[in-house]
Write a protein that binds this ligand. Structure first.
Ligand code: HEM
Length: 316
């Protein structure tokens, strides 16, 4: 039964490998055979102690990949020579999980010095988070190297804000060679995690394409003014399970963010939303495929970049 999606994923991985010759699922097999086990064990422990951490790690990989490629740039703190991505509007007071990645990096460095990049740790941690919360698995392509710089401006230009409509979202993903199907599938990561009131306030008070009871319930914790950082689950139905309930929510006009509901609002993504809502297997397969594609955005390989010793700073 599972052989058809598995086969198509393998074909995709082979195609992706061909596109960026040095990325390979077996990149650390000889140089750091324990890396994948160390990462998986640490992610499982982090998710066991706080399920939301799985969501935060998936998002961190997305925010890494969309800004100058998957190169660990999101992890860099500001320095005298650049203002990094963590202070950019989509990240400030919002991204989480950097401490978990730092902790994994320390363990991986103890096993194999300066071998495994922070960018690869992010990619594997995202996959392991999805699996830990009940989602699909996929072979993670490896061999990315870490950036030596980061750009707040690029983060603000390339990460889509929650105010975007379908056209803007489509363009933001197309800019990264991701299709509408990839975009709808990747947005399904909002089956996990939480959003702060400041990102959905306008939607619950001012938009018409929202379920009334859903909006009313959310207002209790997200007043017209104040409570900016109060949290609500992105998937009210099953916040800590990786499943396809996100798409059924959209069909019931229970998308939390404007950008979520934009995927099902009478436009060209409606049919994809309906197909993912009606088949968990179709969604899981599309999500795994799209994560491989996203993980393949502009990797640094060969002599580009470096293997950082500490993920938050460039090697001295
Ligand atoms: C389609 C465009 C997207 C927009 C506009 C968007 C926007 C947002 C916003 C505003 C939040 C809440 C952040 C906060 O309150 O601090 C959020 C959370 C989240 N996003 Fe997205 N996102 C998008 C796509 C994605 C993609 C492609 C992924 C991963 C593949 C993703 C994964 C997540 C996860 C897992 C969370 C919850 C994080 C947590 O609880 O720590 N998002 N997103």
């Amino acid at each position: 039964m599972a052989s058809a999606p598995c086969l198509s994923l393998l074909v995709l991985v082979a195609m992706a490998s061909a596109a960026s010759a040095q990325l390979s699922p077996t990149f650390y097999l000889a140089s750091c055979p324990s890396a994948l086990f160390i990462i998986q064990t640490a992610v499982q422990a982090a998710v066991n102690s706080e399920p939301r951490m799985g969501a935060s790690l998936v998002r961190l990989h997305f925010h890494d990949c969309f800004v100058d490629g998957c190169d660990g740039s999101v992890l860099l703190a500001d320095t005298g020579s650049f203002v990094g991505e963590q202070g950019a509007a989509p990240n400030a007071g919002s991204i989480r999980g950097m401490n978990v990645i730092d902790n994994i990096k320390t363990q991986v460095e103890a096993a194999c010095t300066q071998t495994v990049s922070c960018a690869d740790i992010l990619a594997v941690a995202a996959r392991d988070s999805v699996v830990a919360l009940g989602g699909p698995t996929w072979p993670v392509l490896l061999g990315r190297r870490d950036s030596t710089t980061a750009s707040k401006t690029n983060a603000e230009n390339d990460l889509p804000p929650p105010t975007f409509d379908l056209q803007n979202l489509t363009t933001a993903f197309a800019n990264k060679q991701l299709s509408i199907t990839d975009m709808v599938a990747l947005s399904g990561a909002h089956t996990l995690g939480q959003s702060q009131c400041r990102f959905f306030r306008n939607r619950i008070y001012n938009e018409a394409n929202i379920n009334t009871a859903f909006a009313t319930a959310l207002k209790a914790n997200c007043p017209q003014s104040g409570g900016d950082s109060s949290l609500a689950p992105l998937d009210t139905a099953t916040p800590n399970a990786f499943d396809n309930a996100y798409y059924s929510n959209l069909i019931s006009q229970k998308g939390l963010l404007h950008s979520d509901q934009a995927l099902f609002n009478g436009g060209g993504a409606d049919n994809t939303v309906m197909s993912f809502a009606s088949s968990a297997a179709t969604f899981n397969n599309a999500f795994a495929t799209a994560m491989v594609k996203m993980g393949n955005i502009a990797p640094k390989t060969g002599t580009q970049g470096q293997i950082r010793l500490v993920c938050s700073k460039v090697n001295s």
